[in-house]
Design a protein around this ligand. Structure first.
Ligand code: BGC
Length: 754
């Protein structure tokens, strides 16, 4: 294959500019003269939305497997499984002639109201990063590319094209960038898709700090930055910021703008060349893709069922599940026949087939009599007649299964939810049926948390089925009948009410700006800090068996940051069924220079256990697991000292812990300046030494003036957060020289110390 440099040398300016703009909604611009083919992308993330006529603006997509959406796949906490899903997606891309799958999305669930949460993994960046990286590894292992999206701080749909997300630096790094960082550094996606919105004043498409300084220079991203569809405002500025590929095309005026800018000198040609090189590498990668005429539809449907069964979360069970030989069963709710398995917008897949929940259940309960009642209409209309019909069915049965799907119009790309509620008809239905039939099981299909306080106490069991993909109907049947023991756990908190949620008073923003006022405290970080009760905590999920945790221990009591430490725990299946447990490790910093969340997820593992079996789970933690982003030093900082490693079955169910001591090998640079406070001087190793004589002298001066009693004053508390320069200015008369001179001398001394 011809080298990229040679091709670049032979390209005209017009060809270079054209290559950096799409030729259609889904293709790059081919350069036939040079033998450069088009590269084809298609939407994801949980299926291949390959538009049939790739060069038209039509939306009709070829049939492909609709896997569960990200809320559900994240709840599997199974990185190997999601990798397999990636491999299957790649096989479908190959069969459907696509080079790049536009996904995964690793934005944070800042609020459960975000309309696109079903496409995102979690409120926790560690979990989202692990899931995103694993999916990318799976897809790319088969020679197909991905697009990690939407970079960054695209956490709401309201005004998504223009809104300016105002996020402080530490929050951006620790919460909103961390999953992107993990996915980029571990899996090198072929492309990263920028967001529509602005981040601290700049559009994502024109954000030099995000696209170049952080993404490429710090994280080492080697691929192409593609715009979200229509996210570019100023093409030349976007190129200068590091955005290589504008989509969709064709946009002749944009191509011309780039050509003109180079000719006028407004854009240096080497900047364009850097993007062209990356585009050429992308096109070449696409030509290496294997080809295959089709994919295994049955095997992928079965894989979709397996993932759905692993990702559904059993939220409540008073013992009624799994079903045990009941002969008369009422199946209520239109979602039992009209499976609700995906959300609206660009991720909408044309499924190869759909498992109907009721039919799947019938197949597994051959000897039982199943009566179906619709329960509620597709919209939010009140239909007392449907409730009456459902009640009759429920009364005549030994158990009522309610299939409740949040209506399609409630959740979609493009707009946010305004509440967490099911429809009034659905709530009335659940209340009426469960009042008449205490053995009522609710199966939910939704992409994000719904409120349940109005009815949950009255029902016997709740299974969160999420947007479960095309095979979800069979997964529900497998779980209800006990063929599969549920093992999913929530990758997000289910709040009691929307008013309780972290972003509530800063949502969704106004006048083009949304302030991330809750800072680091989203999801369980917030509920932990506020000690606020929730409906179901992050990491929670039930099983048909039980698990005991014992013998939590660390590989070392004291460890160096560069070495890391690992934590082990023995997990025993205490019940009578085989099952899987998701073990979670959270880190709690006992003392820090900054405010830190109570605990943060830094490791997890899913372990399969036969009845009575015990296995040891070991999870490694590196320095990053103990670090926060220190905006003063602009680095990840693991402070020396004690940390608790909390091992739990959920964020609210910690089963054991061990305390370890971190020894820092990092010698922080001296960043003291004239405006540094006394606290900052004392926190700095060199500063402490340089200021010591001055502090001793001022203590002596106070002793002289006020005697020992004067020293009893809470002098430290008074001055600790005052710039040392200001402290000196207060005692100007007594000083032998100007305060600036004293501070400058101490600064020079501190900066010069080894
Ligand atoms: C969405 C992206 C999607 C793209 C192409 C945009 O509106 O935000 O997620 O990949 O369209 O359909």
């Amino acid at each position: 294959m011809e080298s990229i440099d040679r091709i670049l040398d032979r390209m005209t300016l017009e060809e270079k500019a054209a290559l950096c703009t799409g030729a259609s909604s889904w293709t790059t611009t081919p350069v036939e003269r040079l033998g450069l083919p088009e590269t084809i992308c298609c939407d994801g993330p949980h299926g291949v939305r390959r538009v049939a006529d790739i060069h038209s603006t039509g939306h009709e997509a070829l049939p492909a497997t609709c896997f569960p959406t990200a809320s559900c796949t994240a709840a599997t906490w199974d990185v190997a499984l999601i990798r397999r899903m990636g491999e299957a997606l790649a096989e479908e891309c190959i069969a459907l002639d696509s080079n790049i799958l536009l996904g995964p999305g690793v934005n944070m669930k800042r609020s459960p109201l975000c309309g696109r949460n079903f496409e995102y993994f979690s409120e926790d960046p560690f979990l989202a990063g692990e899931m995103g990286a694993s999916l990318i590894e799976g897809v790319q292992s088969r020679g197909v590319g991905t697009s990690l999206k939407h970079y960054a701080a695209n956490n709401q749909e309201y005004q998504r094209f223009v809104i300016d997300a105002r996020v402080d630096e530490r929050t951006l790094r620790e919460i909103y960038l961390a999953a992107f960082e993990k996915a980029v550094t571990r899996a090198q996606p072929w492309t990263v898709m920028c967001c529509y919105n602005r981040v601290n004043g700049r559009y994502g498409s024109e954000h030099f700090q995000l696209l170049t300084e952080i993404l490429r220079d710090e994280w080492g991203f080697e691929g192409v930055v593609v715009s979200d569809w229509g996210a570019v405002h100023d093409r030349v500025e976007a190129l200068q910021a590091g955005l290589d590929w504008e989509m969709p095309g064709p946009r002749p005026a944009r191509v011309q703008a780039v050509v003109d800018a180079v000719r006028s000198g407004a854009l240096e040609e080497y900047v364009l060349d850097a993007s062209v090189r990356r585009m050429l590498a992308l096109v070449q990668r696409g030509t290496h893709r294997p080809s295959a005429p089709d994919f295994d539809v049955d095997a992928h449907h079965a894989l979709a069922a397996e993932i759905a069964a692993e990702g559904m979360v059993l939220l409540k069970n008073d013992g009624i599940l799994p079903l045990a030989g009941q002969k008369r069963i009422a199946v209520i709710g239109r979602a039992a026949v009209q499976a609700h398995f995906q959300g609206g917008g660009s991720s909408h897949i044309n499924p190869t087939r759909v498992a109907e929940p009721l039919a799947e259940l019938r197949e597994r309960l051959a000897g039982a009599e199943l009566t179906y009642a619709e329960g509620y209409p597709a919209d939010d209309a009140a239909r007392p007649d449907l409730i009456d019909e459902a009640l009759a069915a429920a009364r005549a049965a030994e158990v009522a299964l309610l299939y409740i799907a949040l209506p399609t119009y409630k959740e979609s790309e493009g707009y946010d939810r305004t509440d967490l509620d099911l429809t009034a008809q659905q709530v009335a239905l659940i209340q009426a049926v469960s009042a008449a039939q205490p053995r009522t099981v609710v199966v939910l299909n939704n992409g994000a948390p719904v409120a349940m306080s109005a009815w949950i106490d009255g029902v016997a069991a709740v299974l969160e089925g999420y947007m479960m993909g095309q095979a979800g109907g069979s997964a529900i049947a497998d779980i209800l009948t006990g063929r599969v023991n549920p093992s999913g756990k929530l990758a997000e908190t289910f709040p009691l009410a929307v008013e309780d949620t972290p972003a509530y008073i800063n949502w969704p923003g106004e006048a083009g700006t949304v302030r991330y006022g809750e800072g680091l405290y989203i999801g369980y970080r917030y509920y932990d800090a506020r000690r606020q009760p929730v409906l179901f905590p992050f990491g929670y999920g039930l099983s048909y068996t039980g698990f005991a945790y014992s013998n939590v221990r660390a590989s070392a009591a004291t460890f160096r940051d560069v070495d890391g430490v690992s934590v082990s725990v023995d997990i025993t299946n205490t019940g009578a069924r085989a099952g899987k447990e998701i073990v979670q490790v959270y880190v709690h910093d006992r003392a820090a220079e900054v405010a830190r969340p109570e605990k943060e997820l830094k490791g997890f593992a899913k372990v399969a256990l036969e009845p009575g079996e015990t296995r040891t789970v070991t999870i490694a933690l590196d320095a990053r697991a103990f670090s926060y982003w220190d905006a003063r030093y602009r680095l990840w900082r693991a402070e020396p000292g004690e940390f608790d490693l909390l091992v739990g079955a959920s964020s609210a169910d910690i089963r054991g812990s061990v305390t370890v001591t971190l020894e820092s090998t990092v010698d922080l640079p001296c960043v003291l300046s004239r405006s540094s406070t006394l606290r900052e001087w004392l926190a700095d190793r060199r500063g402490r030494e340089a200021i010591a004589p001055f502090l001793a002298a001022s203590e002596e001066a106070r002793r002289q003036a006020f005697g020992e009693e004067g020293l009893g004053m809470n002098i430290m508390d008074m001055f600790i957060d005052m710039p040392v320069l200001s402290m000196l200015e207060f005692q100007m008369n007594a000083l032998p020289e100007a305060p600036e001179a004293i501070v400058d001398r101490m600064l020079a001394q501190a900066h010069a110390l080894p």
